[in-house]
Ligand binder design. Sequence first.
Ligand code: KG4
Ligand code: ZN
Length: 336
Amino acid sequence: MVTLLAVESSCDESAAALLSIKAGEITVLAEEISSQVKLHEAYGGIVPELAAREHLKNLPLITDSVLNQGKIQLKDLTALAVTCGPGLKGCLLMGTNFVKGLALAYNLPVLGINHIEGHIFSCMLDNKELQPPFLALVVSGGHTEIQLVKEIGSYELIARTKDDAAGEAFDKSANLLGFTYPGGAKLAALADSTAKSRFSLPKVMRDSDGFSFSGLKTAIALLISKNKGEISANPSLRGEIAYAVQEAIVDALQFKLSKAIASTGVKKVAVSGGVSANLSLRARLKALPGAAVFFPTMAHCVDNAAMIGYAAALRWQAGERGDGDLIARARWPLER
Ligand code: KG4
Ligand code: ZN
């Protein structure tokens, strides 16, 4: 049996997971996520230095915890895996250095994993019937892209955002509506409870190749500032604006994904990342005619280490033994 410890620290979640590979089957034995949302909330966004210090404090604790839950000692591990990028450099360094230390002390190989690859394979972790080739739509706070996944390690970029990510569009709109950071899920909950709107935002991204949320962001900011006075007099208007915002973002994602399905002819789709928890997006994409659309469980939409461990386990099964350099990379396009 192969036992693998995976660590994720690319943004504001410290996470560790313990996985096994037995008779070709990959199983998550234990996993922990320590979220820093409360810490950064007061600043209206992630403070990289604070995030890095939190990782330094949390990584040993959650690693101990998953080892205890799995009843496995460090000396019994077969290999380690860690997110090397993309993400916040200081945060990535905390994870890679922590894992390098364990690797040296216990003489273990380490697989450096791309965070986007982890998100993509979280769909396979939670839907064992999903196998490549498939299209992957990754929608998170930092990333929005569509990749054609041929097999583990082989990707073709179909579309990527030129500016903001879908999660950022949610969070920035939520902030304008008075929600604390990160407001994406709060805006979505308000939109879902409103379920209609007198407002409509422009249909964006119809003619361009990649994603771009800047035009929509301006339209949302204008809509909110124009109705500011009325929102305070009539709070239900806030819900109607939230509804229009969610509709516009979900519509753009659905449009781009439909276009990618049509241009590639690939009808299997894996949707992942924080925004894949959005219920309206899930309903709209599941209804795409002729497509089979897969999502991770809600717990695996946000950053987690089980997805990093799963991608590493697939790479291990493909013969990789972690002989590359462990370099923390703030930017690391998956297709390269
Ligand atoms: O994948 P993730 O945890 O972190 C990154 O890798 O960026 O994604 C976090 C993002 C945030 O922007 C958050 O507001 C958004 O996912 N998010 C949502 C929902 N839940 C989380 N956005 C819309 N609807 C949701 N239900
Ligand atoms: Zn992520």
